[in-house]
Ligand binder design. Structure first.
Ligand code: ADP
Ligand code: MG
Length: 355
């Protein structure tokens, strides 16, 4: 790795390169030079991101814009010695270097409601600062990532093919999914006809993709911009709620523990809207609630489809792992349907408080 890092325009000579962080997608190392400067060296996962040129282009465009709007610190790409945004090794794997952002901490999961709130502030700010960026200029690094109707088409195909002969055992789950198919285009159709604005979305709004200030606990910087794409604000809000406001983990077997925590939902809405609620129209505001439901439903049908296809996409550590995951997602969807009015009221209340 040390050799790899020498191909970049670093300050000083690299002396150590050690594996760093808990990312699951890329291979991440921390490189230190003889001047004491630190850098992040990352081998980009080609299976997930085959188009490194456009991926790095997205990151450059977004970070330049954030910088021009006064964000500090901002993720900063360090070019190769000959001025390119990334390098390729002998096997064709792309490598890049980022400036190490000092003074931050990275939490794997929210320990308190405040942690979750702070991540909402970070992603709400990200949303606000990129509001005047022409989102359509970005490439879809993972095409049709949140195209829920397309996810439904894939799901239907998995049911029809029934490769493992498992469909008969999950009739109820299939019925649950199909009963909600009419809602699948609630966001995509409005993006298409212009009722909802096309925004820059992060698409991986986990807590470990935000650096929090080590001293104050407040957001320092949003990182991991590989999945930045054009989309709806509701995607980022919704996915955060899906994994962060569930009272149980994604693969909990005891479904009685699964529910939407309204206090956590409210904390996220408060943080998110305190940053990007001002000037947000009612249509977009209320789409956030639909985003929470659709992101959860979408994950549920993807887990179910993978179960039907023989567990080929998500890694599993027990035979019915994907089915368990599908169950938690569907249980959460059902709970959101019960709490639908409260979810809407909270958004309206938080919006009012923030403007
Ligand atoms: N610029 C940076 N400064 C400091 N730490 C970073 C930086 N970029 C990434 N990290 C650390 O490395 C970890 C993995 O990086 P990330 O880009 O999130 O990779 P992955 O896509 O594999 O999740 C992060 O969770 C964080 O701890
Ligand atoms: Mg990450």
């Amino acid at each position: 790795m040390l050799e790899q890092s020498k191909r970049f325009a670093l300050e000083g000579n690299p002396v150590t390169a050690v594996p760093y962080g808990n990312g699951h997608i890329n291979r991440t190392f921390c490189v230190t030079t003889d001047t004491g400067r630190r850098y992040i060296l990352q081998g980009i996962n080609l299976h997930v991101f085959p188009d490194a040129d456009n991926l790095m282009r997205n990151i450059s465009l977004v970070t330049e814009h954030l910088r021009s709007r006064g964000a500090s610190p901002v993720l900063t790409v360090v070019p190769t010695l000959d001025g390119r945004p990334y390098d390729r090794d002998e096997e064709g794997r792309p490598w890049r270097v980022l400036e190490f952002i000092e003074g931050g901490i990275c939490l794997e999961r929210a320990e308190t409601e405040n942690d979750f709130y702070q991540s909402a502030v970070a992603f709400g700010r990200f949303q606000r600062m990129l509001r005047d960026f022409p989102a359509a200029e970005l490439t879809e690094t993972i095409p049709r990532f949140h195209d829920t109707p397309k996810r439904y088409a894939d799901f239907r195909k998995a049911v029809q093919e029934d490769r493992m002969g498992r469909a008969a055992g999950v009739k109820e789950e299939i019925a649950f999914a199909l009963a909600r198919e009419s809602e699948a285009d609630s966001i995509t159709a409005k993006l298409k006809n212009g009722t909802l604005p096309l925004r820059v979305t992060h698409n991986d709004t986990k807590l470990n993709n935000v650096l929090l200030d080590r001293d104050t606990g407040e957001p320092l910087c949003v990182i991991d911009l590989d999945t930045v794409m054009p989309g709806a604000a509701a995607y980022d809000f919704g996915d955060s709620i899906r994994f962060g406001a569930n009272t149980a983990s994604e693969d909990e077997k005891d479904l009685s523990r699964v529910s939407l925590s309204l206090p956590l939902y409210e904390a996220y809405a408060r943080g998110f809207l305190s940053e990007c609620g001002e000037g947000m129209g009612t249509e977009e505001l209320m789409s956030l609630r639909m985003g929470a439901k659709l992101m959860t439903l979408e994950n549920g049908i993807r887990f179910l489809a993978d179960y039907l296809e023989g567990d080929v996409y998500y890694s599993i550590s027990r035979p019915e792992h994907n089915l368990d995951r599908c169950h938690t997602q569907f249980r959460l969807v059902a709970d959101m349907e019960r709490k639908w009015d409260a979810m809407g009221d909270i958004l309206l209340r938080m919006k009012k408080a923030g403007t």
